[in-house]
Every structure is written in C-alpha cells, then in structure tokens.
Design a protein around this ligand. Structure first.
Ligand code: CAA
Length: 388
C-alpha cells in the first residue's frame, strides 16, 4: 500500500525504513502491555537516542542528525503508528526543549545540554500549563524572584509530558513584579533539572489514553535555579513558548496521523477476515465507504503536514499552517479511530484488539499543545493579521 501522496526522497525513505523496523522490533510487541500497566520504558528512549531519533533536527556539532522537519515528521509517524505514548515523548523532546535550547540557548547552555539530549542520554520536557492556566497560557502564576546568583521559583506546573522521567525541563514562570503585571511579557523560560533543591514531581495523572506516557504535575517550592539557567531574554518566555509550539504542533500532527494510519491498517485487515452474511465484510459498501473515507482523510492530513513542515524548513512563519495541520490531523485521528471501532463492532470495544487503545490515544491530540478550539482561534487570527 502506498502511503505518501507526496513522494519521499531517498533520505526520508531510509529514515522511514529505520523507524519502521525499530518500531516493529522494539515497540509494537510491548505497546498493549505498556498501555495496560501505564509503564513508560525509558530504555526504549535510550535505544531511539542511539539511532539519532532524539536529536533529529539538532546540528551535527551537537551529535544530532541535522535533518529537516520534513524528515523528522516521517520518522515520528512511524513511531506513533506503533505507540503514541513513545511518540509524544519523542515529539516533545525534538520539538520543544531541544529547539528552544538551540534557538535561544547560550553557548554554555548548548554545550552542557544539547549533545547529551541529541544522544538520548537526557530526556527533555516542557512545562507551560498550570492547574488554572491551560488554554489561557499567559495567565500562569508560577513566580520566579531573583535572589543573588539564583532565581527562586514557586508554583505548580501541570500536564507535563514525560515530567517524571525528564532530565531537562523548560519551565515558564513569571519574572514580573506581582504589583505591576506585564501579561505575556512578564514570563521567562528557565532550564530546570530534577536535582535542583525544591523540585518535586507531584500528582501523576490517571489518563484515558496515552497511558504509557507519564503526565505529571511539578511542584516547585522555593526551587533555586542558577541564574545562568535563564533561557533567552528575561520576559521573552511566552513568545519563545508560542514559537516553539508552532514546531510542537507539527509533531502532534504526525503523531495523530500515525495513530490514524494504524487504525486504518487494522480495520482493513479485519474487514478482509471478518465474515458476516456469508462473505468478508469488506465486500459491503458500508464498510468500503468507511475505509475509503478513512484513507482519504489520512492522505489529506499527511499532505497538509508535509507542506507545513516544508514551509518551516524554508524558514517561513508557520503559525497558521502548524495549527491547521494539528487541527486537521487530530480531528482525522479521532474520526478514523471511531470508524475503525465501528468496523470491528463489538471486537472494537474490547481490549483484545488494538483499535480500542488507538481510539483512547487519539483523543488527547485534540487537546494538548492547544485544543482544537485554540487552533481555530490561531488560524482565524492569522487570517486577519496577514495582508491580502
Ligand atoms: N509565535 C511567536 N510569537 C507569538 C506567537 C507565535 N506563534 N503567538 C503569540 N505570540 C506572541 C504575540 O506576538 C505577543 O507578543 P507581544 O506581546 O510582543 O505582542 C505575545 O506572544 C502574546 O500573544 P497573544 O496576545 O496572542 O496571547 P494570548 O494570551 O491571546 O494567547 C493563545 C494566545 C494562542 C490563545 C495562546 O495562549 C495559546 O496557544 N494557548 C494554548 C496553550 C497551549 O498550547 N498549551 C499547551 C501546553 S504544552 C502541553 O500540552 C503539554 C505537553 O507536555 C506537550
């Protein structure tokens, strides 16, 4: 079955093959058990690091593969089609903390963190949200106060993917004066490591899906962060986070497409094997139409993602296209996995087959890194901010 409407180049095909073989050997055999046990296997991350999958867009001087975004999303789809939980760790690490360090890190910060992150020895995370600051991210309240050669942070970060396993976390906190708030311009970004005094992993969320990906709160109580761990300019943390989410949302689109593709593959096989009324159910138009629509939407989602990734590689502003891509791919994943369950009937509703997990995993792609509603707001705003 040919999947790529837009032909892949030799490098992309090679990376795709490597990712697919790795996923088939090291991930797929375990994904049902990891989901059942809510188990995050960090050894897989180390193996992915050895293959370069944790430093896909990091330059070679920092031990990365220096690949374009268009190749990264091809690899990410493969990993996601095997296990969406592993894929989100890969996506967050590649799109958010490493890209932030690369773009805004000082030479010393890059030297300390980037190479071990590219090799997969240090796993990255991103902490923007808080219990009371989700879609309205600029309303976050974690406060950082300068004290000598440290910043002292107090607050609770929420919904942090890989937060309990990460070695490097980019934490957004307020550095403005509580009596003179500066809104989004009062937020700064800090490089946080779990060994800092006052850092504590809090509640682990008991999630519907993506159960093998630990999502936690971080409790920061008088956490002392060395001043040299301020990332970028003081007060620039929110725009840095938003710009990085433009990248992150491409990763979530790739993850959603991987989930959807896996559901289609299972549904296609099942419809060929399952017999009712004396013939395989794939011979009924009701099933054919579902499969046709599933394949069409996935192809469209992938084409949009590849175009958005190519725009990023050309250095263009991708805010609108990354939101479009994430919106369309995540709603495709939810719709396709719903159809897959319908094709499986009762067997789709039980854990014996993987489509039930895919359905649960798909849902969060419509929520994290900006809900579908937020993506629509971003897309609509961009319509008005661009000259005709
Ligand atoms: N690129 C660069 N700068 C941007 C930007 C972008 N994409 N989006 C906004 N900015 C800048 C603006 O230009 C503005 O800068 P100035 O002050 O210099 O003018 C500043 O940021 C504030 O922008 P807005 O006024 O647009 O901010 P807002 O408060 O209205 O919020 C929003 C905009 C789009 C709703 C934003 O809050 C948003 O994206 N919310 C969703 C948050 C989100 O995606 N959270 C996910 C967290 S990560 C996660 O899910 C868990 C995980 O571990 C993966």
């Amino acid at each position: 079955m040919s999947w790529a409407l837009i032909p892949l180049n030799e490098e992309q095909r090679e990376i795709q093959r490597t990712a697919r073989e790795f996923a088939e050997a090291e991930i797929t055999p375990h994904s049902a058990a990891w989901d059942r046990d809510s188990y995050f296997d960090k050894s897989v991350i180390a193996k992915m690091g050895a293959l370069g999958f944790l430093g896909m867009m990091i330059p070679e001087e920092f031990d990365g593969l220096a690949l374009p975004t268009t190749t990264y999303v091809v690899a990410l789809e493969e990993i996601a089609s095997a296990d969406a939980s592993i894929a989100v760790a890969m996506s967050v690490h590649n799109s958010l903390p490493t890209q932030m360090l690369l773009k805004w890190g000082s030479d010393a910060q890059k030297a300390r963190f980037l190479a071990p992150m590219a090799r997969g020895e240090l796993l990255g995370a991103f902490a923007l949200s808080e219990p009371e600051a989700g879609s309205d991210a600029a309303s976050l309240t974690t406060q950082a106060v300068r004290d000598g050669d440290c910043w002292v942070l107090n607050g609770t970060k929420a919904w942090v993917t890989s937060g309990s396993e990460a070695d490097v976390i980019i934490v957004m906190a307020r550095t403005d004066n509580p009596k003179e708030r500066r809104g989004a311009r009062g937020i700064s970004a800090f490089i946080v490591t779990p060994d800092l005094p006052g850092f504590k992993v809090g509640k682990k969320e008991d999630k519907m899906g993506l159960r093998a990906s630990p999502t936690v709160q971080l409790e920061l109580v008088d956490m002392r962060v060395p001043a040299e761990n301020l990332l970028g300019r003081e007060g620039a943390g929110f725009t840095m986070a938003m710009q990085s989410l433009d990248n992150g949302r491409l990763g979530i689109a790739a993850q959603a497409i991987g989930i959807a593709r896996c559901a289609l593959e299972h549904a296609t096989v099942y419809a060929g094997e399952r017999r009712q009324f004396g013939k395989p159910i794939k011979e009924f138009e009701a099933i054919q139409f579902k499969l046709a629509d599933m394949a069409t939407r996935i192809a469209a989602a992938r084409a949009l993602l590849y175009q958005a990734a190519a725009a990023k590689d050309r250095g263009e502003q991708i805010t609108q296209y990354s939101s479009m891509s994430k919106l369309f791919a995540s709603e495709t994943a939810m719709w396709v996995t719903t159809q897959a369950i319908q094709i499986f009937g009762g067997y789709g509703y039980v854990k014996e087959y993987p489509v039930e997990r895919l359905f649960r995993d798909a849902k969060v792609t419509e929520i994290y890194e900006g809900t579908s509603e937020i993506q629509r707001i971003v897309i609509a705003r961009e319509l008005y901010s661009r000259s005709p």
